[in-house]
Design a protein around this ligand. Structure first.
Ligand SMILES: *[C@@H]1O[C@H](CO)[C@@H](O)[C@H](O)[C@H]1NC(C)=O
Ligand SMILES: *[C@@H]1O[C@H](CO)[C@@H](O)[C@H](O)[C@H]1NC(C)=O
Ligand SMILES: *[C@@H]1O[C@H](CO)[C@@H](O)[C@H](O)[C@H]1NC(C)=O
Ligand SMILES: *[C@@H]1O[C@H](CO)[C@@H](O)[C@H](O)[C@H]1NC(C)=O
Ligand SMILES: *[C@@H]1O[C@H](CO)[C@@H](O)[C@H](O)[C@H]1NC(C)=O
Length: 468
């Protein structure tokens, strides 16, 4: 086996080695596009001869030549969809896959799932006046319209100022606004939930909520200023902490390896409870842990399997403590242990492609040859497939191909292309001939002598002077 690709000829200036296609660029698997722009779907590949490109859309051949809006870029498979003379981006949603082909084989891209970004309007609704007793809990629901990608949520007052957030009043991850206990001052403004859609740079506003706070005592500046005992001063009865989110005493959450874990506990009570976090039988990983939203959220970055377990939050005030347990399971989309690498073999040689991936659940491995399942490809007696390995014994000229390995589980897939190129090339030296290299006596010198051949030639550097 001879890996020459990295340093032989970056271009084909030196001499042209036949090479099956390699995909060099492709759009992301989940591709969200702006409805106001033209769409381009990327696919580029190299190879010798230069590859030609075709596409499938939703699993069927996509006839680019038949659609006047779609064109393919030169020396590339990249598609341009042009809406300047009409057409709807929505009509081009779907699953695209690119095939780069030459005489020696076919490389394939990931499946590119194209969706047009959406920023729907808020449904029309009439919100009743919210009537609450001072000291009781309150949740103002946001329920934003389902945008793609999901919008960012923020709350504004009737005077278009952002709502001040603190330990007592804050926005949860679902966008709802939580009041651990309502105070009379909360009625001084209206509350409006806003959704900011990143792609279209638009903000949409929900109808505002109006709050009416029922109080035993009318507003009293003197007692209001004394924050140390504001509740008793206002005749608000103290209340044991209880959870508004999540509900109950336990819940569970799943997170994928490599992603961030976000746990949230929001409690009501009088006075406003404090939140602390713990992990059962372990420590929180300090370097990856952040407490957010006045300690109501626990953020652990880049989780791995060891982060699974039971987490709990404690909400306490001077009346008591409540506890909520969240059991966290870490699953994993497939990730590489060994990605198959290109093989260059001489006739008669042996070699193997290895595709090892891990994940939770354990991924299954599917092999393809030139984009077709290996089971349905023409039989090849020199090839043997055993799970994650394809073995080649006594390979023959004409067996060049691009192999694909698809490691998948319910959380995703990884696709790798690796070519097998069977070459019969006479050895040659790639450096200029008769180079004069000046060396200092008794000093070690490195002589560069790049060469290429398949089978691998044996190389000897001779000192001509010493032969005289
Ligand atoms: C890989 O395999 C999974 C599971 O069968 C499938 O959903 C996915 O589309 C495959 N990916 C490609 C690029 O063929
Ligand atoms: C306001 O609160 C203070 C302290 O609790 C009390 O002494 C005073 O009487 C109250 N004033 C009114 C108008 O209720
Ligand atoms: C504030 O409340 C504390 C505790 O009840 C009390 O000791 C203090 O005198 C109060 N201060 C004012 C300015 O009312
Ligand atoms: C995430 O953690 C893994 C080890 O578990 C590490 O290899 C990787 O570099 C980390 N990624 C980031 C973005 O920190
Ligand atoms: C001796 O060789 C080393 C590297 O092999 C080189 O860096 C050094 O400059 C050489 N010495 C002289 C005097 O040329």
């Amino acid at each position: 086996m001879w890996k020459f690709m990295h340093f032989l000829c970056p271009s084909s200036v030196c001499f042209a080695v036949p090479q099956p296609p390699t995909i060099t660029k492709q759009s992301v698997k989940d591709y969200i596009v702006d409805p106001r722009d033209n769409i381009f779907i990327e696919c580029e590949a190299k190879g010798n001869p230069i590859p030609t490109f075709t596409w499938t859309r939703n699993g069927k051949f996509f006839n680019v030549a038949k659609d006047p809006r779609v064109s393919m870029r030169h020396w590339s498979g990249t598609l341009d969809v042009d809406f300047r003379s009409g057409g709807r981006p929505d009509d081009y949603e779907g699953e695209y896959q690119c095939f780069a082909r030459n005489d020696l084989g076919t490389a394939i891209s990931n499946k590119i799932f194209l969706q047009v970004s959406k920023s729907p309007l808020w449904p029309k609704e009439n919100l009743d006046i919210q009537e609450v007793h001072e000291g009781s809990q309150l949740i103002l629901a946001c329920n934003p319209p389902p945008g793609l990608p999901p919008p960012a949520i923020f709350w504004m007052s009737s005077s278009m100022e952002s709502i001040h957030q603190d330990k007592r009043v804050s926005q949860g991850q679902n966008g709802d606004l939580y009041f651990s206990n309502v105070m009379q001052e909360d009625a001084l403004t209206d509350y409006s939930c806003n959704a900011r859609f990143a792609f279209t740079h638009t903000i949409q506003q929900k109808n505002p909520y109006t709050l009416k706070v029922l109080t035993k005592h009318p507003h009293n500046e003197t007692s209001f200023r004394n924050h140390t005992d504001i509740y008793s001063a206002r005749g608000i009865t103290e209340r044991h902490p209880s959870f508004m989110y999540p509900i109950g005493t336990s819940s569970s959450q799943m997170v994928l390896r490599g992603e961030d874990l976000l746990l949230e506990c929001i409690a009501s009570g009088v006075p406003t409870p404090d939140i602390v976090w713990h992990k059962k039988g372990g420590y929180l990983p300090t370097s990856r842990t952040k407490f957010e939203n006045f300690n109501k959220a626990l953020h652990i970055a880049n989780v791995s399997e060891e982060d699974s377990g039971e987490y709990f939050c404690l909400a306490s005030n001077k009346v008591g403590t409540s506890r909520h347990t969240i059991s966290v399971r870490v699953k994993a989309a497939p990730y590489w242990l060994d990605e198959p690498e290109n093989l260059i073999l001489a006739p008669g040689e042996d070699g193997r492609l290895v595709c090892r991936a891990n994940g939770n659940p354990k991924p299954s491995i599917q092999w393809l040859v030139n984009g077709e399942p290996i089971e349905s490809s023409p039989p090849n007696p020199s090839r043997e497939v055993t799970g994650d390995t394809v073995m080649f014994r006594d390979i023959q000229i004409g067996s060049s191909a691009v192999y694909q390995c698809n490691a998948s589980n319910e959380h995703g897939y990884l696709l790798a292309n690796a070519f097998v190129s069977v070459l019969d090339v006479i050895p040659r030296i790639l450096a200029p001939r008769n180079q004069l290299i000046k060396v200092i006596q008794n000093n070690r010198t490195r002589l560069d002598c790049p060469f290429f051949g398949s089978p691998i030639p044996t190389l000897r550097c001779l000192n001509l002077h010493s032969l005289h």
